[in-house]
Design a protein around this ligand. Structure first.
Ligand code: ADP
Length: 330
């Protein structure tokens, strides 16, 4: 549905977007994740034909952004970071106005306004003045204007920025529910956003793509070997945490043991194994044979946050370059 090929935008002193390439399949919901200044908005503005690339190009639903911008615009609904709403207008009136700008008229226009109001949960307030709405409701109106012409693709720039936690959840649910009908790219600098909303993540930093993968694959590939969390308790109520740590460190194949919670009666350690080593069985045996209780033993997935830091930090470990190569190596 979207193919981006070597897209680049240079300003006088900055290369905001540097030869990025990626693909988004129909119906997918993709998170465009990166710190502030990474180049997310610039990319979105190029895809929506508001900004001309310095080089490279992209196609949306088969139409080239440079050669067929009008066709591209017909197929894209765009929600910029600040919703393009007119505060003095009523919701339905505003959506009718936007629909007309998109070429809708007559009963088609009325049907689409009704549909967008229903879909974005603003039907019961459709005659309210936009300026009097909460920020969460205003964002729903922003989404309603993006879907008014039933575009194939939705491009949403930081759609939950500035909302309170309840509004964030509602907006995320709404975006997820729109994914069936539209292909969606949303940008964010907030990590949980992608793990909770998106199937695929494209991580961008300083204008370059550093990883492209599914959220679950990224987590899996980023961890160097098996990593487990183990909770150990003393049988007679007391325990020497240092002794437990030493025992775990002595297990063959264990590369690192990190204390996660320390206590007189129970301790939690994260045990990292060397690449391609499984250590769960050995950890369980070592604990039990030492006379301690094994309260819990479970895989410790690397958090998206840790992956993100690794990928956007000064030095990405070698195994993460494999992730970039699998996605969109530049
Ligand atoms: P993001 O959306 O990820 O926060 P942006 O795409 O807004 O990042 O910006 C990427 C980089 O391009 C930043 O360094 C920003 O300062 C620079 N930039 C954006 N717009 C302009 C502009 N109109 N003129 C010069 N530099 C710009």
């Amino acid at each position: 549905m979207i193919t981006v090929n070597g897209l680049t935008k240079r300003y006088a002193h900055t290369t905001a977007v540097d030869q990025i390439s990626f693909e988004v399949q129909r119906g997918q919901i993709v998170g465009f994740l990166g710190p502030n200044g990474a180049g997310k908005t610039t990319t979105m503005r190029m895809l929506t034909c508001f900004l001309t690339p310095t080089s490279g190009t992209a196609t949306v639903a088969g139409f080239d952004i440079l050669e067929q911008p009008l066709e591209v615009k017909k197929r894209i609904g765009y929600l910029p970071e600040t919703p393009p709403v007119y505060p003095e207008m009523r919701i339905a009136e505003y959506l009718t106005f936007v629909g007309q700008l998109k070429g809708l008229s007559g009963s088609d226009l009325r049907t689409r306004v009704d549909y967008a109001c229903e879909r974005c949960a603003v039907a019961d307030v459709r005659n309210k003045i936009i300026g009097k709405l909460s920020k969460g409701y205003r964002q729903r109106v922003g989404l309603a204007q993006a879907i008014i012409h039933n575009p194939d693709v939705l491009i949403l720039d930081e759609p939950t920025a500035g909302l309170d936690p309840k509004q964030i959840n509602e907006t995320r649910d709404l975006i997820k529910s729109l994914a069936g009908d539209h292909t969606i790219i949303l940008s964010t600098h907030i990590l949980p956003e992608v793990s909770q909303t998106c199937e695929k993540v494209i991580i961008i930093n300083k204008g370059k793509i550093v990883a492209t993968d599914s959220v679950s694959n990224l987590q899996q590939r980023a961890s160097s070997g098996e990593s487990v969390l183990v909770e150990v308790a003393g049988r007679n109520g007391s325990l020497d945490p240092a002794a437990v740590q030493r025992k775990l460190e002595q297990i063959a194949g264990v590369s690192r043991v990190i204390a996660k919670a320390d206590g007189q009666k129970r301790v939690i350690f994260e045990v990292e194994a060397a690449k391609d080593r499984g250590v769960r069985g050995d950890v369980a045996r070592a604990v039990v044979e030492s006379g301690w209780d094994l309260n819990e033993l479970r895989p410790a997935a690397m958090s998206l946050e840790e992956i993100f830091l690794q990928l956007t930090g000064s030095e990405a470990p070698a195994e993460l370059e494999v992730v970039a190569a699998g996605g969109a190596k530049q």
